[in-house]
Design a protein around this ligand. Structure first.
Ligand SMILES: Cc1cc2nc3c(=O)[nH]c(=O)nc-3n(C[C@H](O)[C@H](O)[C@H](O)COP(=O)(O)OP(=O)(O)OC[C@H]3O[C@@H](n4cnc5c(N)ncnc54)[C@H](O)[C@@H]3O)c2cc1C
Ligand code: SF4
Length: 329
């Protein structure tokens, strides 16, 4: 690992200024992703600015009935929070499906959102990777394709976004608050992440010195009936092949409201808006659930090595919605 300097910021503004004025500086929170990348030589910051003491570690109810989650809240605290478990259970389940107890105890909301892809070639300095070294090529195409994306892919990159938490937040219309040298802005979580296009090195719309300060969940009654299903190679300590965050409200056998997002299938948490449109007002049946999944997956562009993900995603969507339907009875 290369030598680097470490500073504890005195305030959010101080942290932002430190990173802004040093071309090769980075924020660090729990360090569970960034420090691994420094050891591997993928990230080589000369200055680490610790933001754990300057990002809020609390959850608070908002006047409109929503919930504000400080960027410094740990993954364990968020998963265990009573309000989250009662009003957004799918978010708690998503967090608990990720990493391990030890990691969740130090990993923060801000860091979880900005964790980098687990594409094996991104982590291997000996192989070409457009995300790590723009213009060098994509080793995943024609290589180990099993974990690659099937939606929103580009010729340059087929990596997936690894966060489970972000999939649930995408389903629940979360809004990310960021503070930078130019002021503050609020970004819908679904707009925070970029599709790879010709520039996969940029995973989000954030500038380097923009600090995530909080994430807001809107008051969303349907989210009280939500679930997170994660399909993976092992039952713990593994990233999703495909995951589904779903919330469902049914009245008189008809879908009144629904939220759906997929993980493990794209460069960003994939909000399944086509499926949601197909479901609203439709009979709450397995046939409708499957048809909605098909509507979403019609644009899938799988590679030979991950074509199975299309079937897996269809089945995972349908099973998760059926689970929610059966839980009402
Ligand atoms: C073995 C292992 C298994 C894992 N399994 C899973 C899994 O199954 N599912 C899953 O979702 N995750 C998994 N993870 C990833 C884990 O969730 C992330 O490492 C963790 O959430 C990152 O949070 P952190 O606070 O440690 O971030 P850090 O490592 O400190 O930072 C990550 C990135 O975010 C930036 N950053 C941090 N805070 C802020 C902020 N407030 N504003 C702007 N930028 C910021 C940093 O500069 C860095 O680029 C796993 C990790 C490991 C090591
Ligand atoms: S899929 Fe993306 S991250 Fe993986 S090797 Fe290709 S360019 Fe790199």
């Amino acid at each position: 690992m290369r030598p680097f300097r470490y500073e504890r910021a005195a305030s959010a503004a101080d942290a932002i200024a430190l990173v802004h004025h040093e071309p090769n500086a980075a924020f660090v929170a729990g360090g569970t992703n960034l420090v691994d990348h420094m050891k591997l030589g993928i990230a080589t910051p000369e200055l680490l600015v610790d933001v754990r003491r300057v990002t809020s570690p609390v959850l608070e109810e908002l006047p409109d009935g929503g919930v504000r989650i400080g960027a410094g809240v740990t993954n364990s605290e968020l998963a265990a929070d009573r309000t989250i478990r009662r009003r957004y259970p799918g978010l708690s389940q998503a967090l608990l499906s990720g990493a391990s107890y030890q990691l969740r105890n130090v990993a923060t909301v801000g860091g979880n959102l900005l964790q980098r892809t687990r594409c094996v070639y991104f982590q291997d300095l000996t192989t070409p990777c457009n995300k790590r070294a723009p213009g060098s090529g994509c080793s995943a195409r024609g290589g180990l394709e099993r974990d690659a994306a099937i939606l929103g892919v580009s010729q340059a990159c087929v990596a997936t976004h690894p966060s489970d938490m972000a999939v649930a937040l995408a389903a629940f219309d979360a809004v990310v608050h960021a503070q930078g040298p130019g002021g503050e802005r609020a970004i819908p979580l679904t707009d925070l992440y970029r599709l790879p296009g010709g520039h996969p090195e940029r995973g989000t719309v954030l500038e380097r010195s923009e600090l995530i300060t909080a994430v807001d969940l809107p008051p969303l009654p349907v989210a009280a009936r939500s679930r997170y299903r994660k399909v993976r190679d092992r039952t713990s300590y593994a990233f999703a092949l495909v995951s589904v965050a779903a919330a469902l409200d049914v009245a008189d056998g008809v879908v009144r409201d629904v939220r759906l997002a997929l993980g493990g299938v794209a460069h960003r948490p994939w909000r399944a808006r086509a499926a949601e449109r197909a479901l609203r007002g439709a009979p709450a049946t397995e046939a409708s659930f499957r048809a909605a999944a098909d509507a979403e997956l019609a644009g899938a562009q799988p590679l030979p090595g991950n074509a199975f993900k299309v079937t897996l995603a269809r089945n995972a969507v349908s099973r998760t919605l059926l689970d929610l339907l059966e839980a009402r009875r």
